[in-house]
Ligand binder design. Structure first.
Ligand code: NAD
Length: 477
């Protein structure tokens, strides 16, 4: 028995394609099959890329206002099907319904906002001899690859930016969460010329086929740092343009002057929303010695109150880990902490039974070189680490090959700003965390990525610069 009486199809050249082979998609809360998805073959990928190439000249020549309307339509289609999308999202991704609908509303909002964005033309020279303008032109066929933790939001970021700027697209969701993106492809068929938006789903071979494909001009990838390196190596063979949004090990630095009761809940959720499976989750919590015990007590109390369960059950605030391999990785990290003799403030015992549930786990002041501090947990496990000296905590926060984001918490905003400026990360929040928006450039330093998503800088990643110079006629003296 599956929860759906239909199976999902890829969208290739405006047509639905069930694929010769199919793969099951599991509900991580119950480990039962939700539905099946196509296992795209290499020939089917070739067809999707050929369709995108054929559609490119027409789409780049389409007036920008028409392209804006198409991007806006993505948001309208999500909005008009919100209830179905939300339930499907929870079934395949695991996140509780209320949080699932936040992601879908976010995706719809994003499409609506990106539809209004522009890249200004730069007048780079305007002299009596010459006028030079630098414009941004589309690159061609974009291959977009997204992970399972935010399958719709991160997908729509790429679709909206690529289509607005005149590119065509082949997008691949994660094999663990393909259904919502396949459904979006199906619903968008009547609203786009064939080949402009192709949605393919498949197994482990499909991503590498895309990054090596000679018909793809640019890869926009979101996923782990390890995979990002493979994407970059493969894309180098044909010098494809790349945007890489990769992993993080974000530090939150909490100074001694905070109102502990006020910051405890936002700090808790900065680490544990989506059960910690967020690239920009707080993954190392540095707390000044003077407030460490009080904050640890508040966080422990919240952790013990929070309701974890099947995302379809009313009242669930946190869902399971999204998939079995990630569940095994997070369990191994907890086992390593236990074997190393580290102390848990709460959690640490993973229950038996169906579903990939791992309780919220707080680790008490582990050493910097413990795996739970040094590695990206990507699950509901958070180390709390004491500090006394600001220079020392900045050095510890920066002692990572990641540089995605971080946050500083203090009643003294100037002091917090001074710390923020010294963090080697693409984003720093002060007295909040995880805020992203379509107008805010987002990207990682160091091994957290290359390039930017969102804002004008994000749109530019889907373009090449083209400078056009006009020699002016000589003016008679
Ligand atoms: P992943 O790297 O395993 O997979 C990401 C995507 O790449 C999936 O669609 C997968 O099928 C595909 N893929 C796998 N191997 C590939 C290859 N060799 N070539 C091309 N594609 C390949 O990552 P994940 O486990 O799905 O996601 C979790 C990771 O993503 C975490 O590290 C997280 O921090 C990161 N992430 C980063 C951001 C960001 O914006 N910086 C956002 C969300 C998640």
């Amino acid at each position: 028995m599956t929860a759906f009486d239909r199976d999902f199809t890829m969208t290739i050249d405006g047509q639905g394609l069930a694929g010769a082979a199919r793969m099951p998609v599991l509900n991580p809360a119950t480990e039962t099959v939700v539905a099946s998805a196509p296992l795209c073959s290499e020939a089917e990928l070739d067809a999707a890329v050929a369709a995108a190439r054929a559609a490119f000249p027409g789409w780049r020549a389409t007036p920008i206002e028409t392209r804006r309307a198409a991007v806006r339509r993505i948001g309208e289609v999500i909005g008009a099907n919100m209830a179905d999308f939300t339930r499907l999202f929870t079934l395949e991704q695991g996140r509780p319904l209320a949080k699932a609908s936040e992601e879908l509303m976010g995706a719809a909002f994003w499409a609506g906002h990106v539809a209004t964005q522009d890249i200004p033309v730069l007048v780079s020279e305007d002299t009596p001899e010459r006028r030079a303008e630098t414009r941004r032109v589309p690159i061609g066929v974009v291959g977009a690859i997204v992970p399972w933790n935010f399958p719709m939001l991160l997908g729509v970021w790429k679709i909206a930016g690529a289509l607005l700027t005149g590119n065509t697209l082949v997008i691949k969701p994660s094999p663990f969460t393909p259904l919502t993106m396949l459904k979006l492809g199906e619903l968008m068929r009547p609203h786009l010329p064939p080949g402009v938006l192709n949605v393919v789903s498949g197994g482990d071979a499909l991503g590498p086929w895309m990054t090596a494909h000679s018909g793809i001009d640019k890869v926009s990838f979101t996923g782990s740092t390890a995979t990002g390196k493979r994407v970059m190596a493969s894309a180098a063979q044909s010098l494809k343009r790349i945007t890489l949004e990769l992993g993080g090990n974000d530090a939150a630095i909490v100074l001694g002057d905070v109102d502990v009761a006020a910051v405890a809940a936002p700090l808790f959720w900065s680490a544990f929303v989506n059960s910690g499976q967020v690239c920009i989750a707080t993954k190392r919590l540095y707390v000044h010695d003077t407030v460490y015990d009080a904050l640890a007590a508040e966080l422990t109390a919240i952790a013990e109150r929070v309701r974890m369960g099947d995302g379809l059950a009313p009242g669930s605030e946190l869902g399971p880990i999204q998939n079995r391999p990630q569940y095994d990785r997070v369990r191994a990290l907890i086992a390593d902490a236990r074997d190393a003799g580290l102390r848990f403030l709460t959690g640490g015992d993973v229950p038996d039974g169906k579903g990939y549930f791992i309780p919220v786990t707080l680790v008490d002041n582990p050493p910097e070189d413990s795996r739970v501090v040094a590695e990206e947990a990507f699950g509901p496990v958070l180390p709390l680490i004491r500090f006394t000296d600001v220079d020392d905590v900045i050095a510890r926060a920066n002692a990572s090959h990641y540089g995605l984001a971080g946050s500083v918490w203090s009643a003294d905003v100037d002091a917090a700003q001074a710390i923020a400026a010294r963090l080697d990360t693409g984003t720093v929040w002060i007295n909040e965390a995880q805020h992203v928006a379509p107008w805010l450039p987002f990207g990682g330093h160091k091994q957290s990525g290359i390039g930017i998503e969102n804002g004008v800088e994000g749109l530019m990643e889907y373009t090449n610069a083209q400078t056009i110079m006009v020699r002016k006629p000589a003016v008679a003296a």
